[in-house]
Design a protein around this ligand. Sequence first.
Ligand SMILES: O=C(O)CCC(=O)C(=O)O
Length: 291
Amino acid sequence: MLLRAAGNRTPPPLLLDSKVTPLSSERSGAAAMIESDGFFGLRTTDRLDRELLIALATRQIGAVHVKGLVAAQDCDDVVDRLEKDRLNAFDLSRYQVPTFNLGPILNHYLPQRRITQTYWDEARHAEDFWEGCEPDVRAQCFRLLAEAWGATARQLHHDGRPLFRGIVRDNSNGAPPHWDDLAIEFPPGFVVPVPIVQLSFVLYLRMPASGGETDIWPRRWVPGDDRFRVGSCWPDLPLGAAPLSVRATAGDAVIFDPRHYHQVRPGLDGRRLTLASYLGITADGALVAWS
Ligand SMILES: O=C(O)CCC(=O)C(=O)O
């Protein structure tokens, strides 16, 4: 792998305030109620803070879009390095569209119901990648999350070993509707501690010229949904109200609760690369992170 020195970067411009955009009437089946109380709205901001994470946790808002969390040039440098590296492929039969990753994700070990050596090998490879990154955008994200929460995110453990966090994903082909829930997908004790709040953090490293939106529905899985299940996705499930849809640009981050159905729209003209980590809040108020 080639190393590139990025030097000092000018911080991204600050936006002056944040705003809430509720689900719009054209996009929602329950327009009046949603318009009036901002149910499951999108908060756009230049600065992440503890209140926003709590608002997501309590479902007062549906997603936070942080503009310019990381300098776009720093994201470009990571992408340049990624182009010289080898990404692994997701299991097509479970995820329906070709998807690639650097760094392991627990979800891939669901069928075996155990973590294999591959997880730790991929984690080592990804740690080496980030150690060679200057600036280390993954470390930068966790530093900003720690500042927002007021304490560093702790790692979750499996069999006494700390889990990896911060997967790079190539979702250029999109991702069909699905959800993620550590508490109900994995056997008890698989990871500790099980957080009582789960969030998904996505930093956009590169975005296609159009498409690539993250869509989030104000709707969680119920057992009857599994009539529509295909692998790990629910491509044809009628999800009712149209989703909250976020079109981010490189350097932006979006945070939402992944227990809600969400999808990635296919990109047109260009790759879509993200750095993602699950975040949680434990019963004793600690911020935790895992992939
Ligand atoms: O990349 C995104 O926009 C969302 C990724 C996703 O599907 C997930 O975090 O589960």
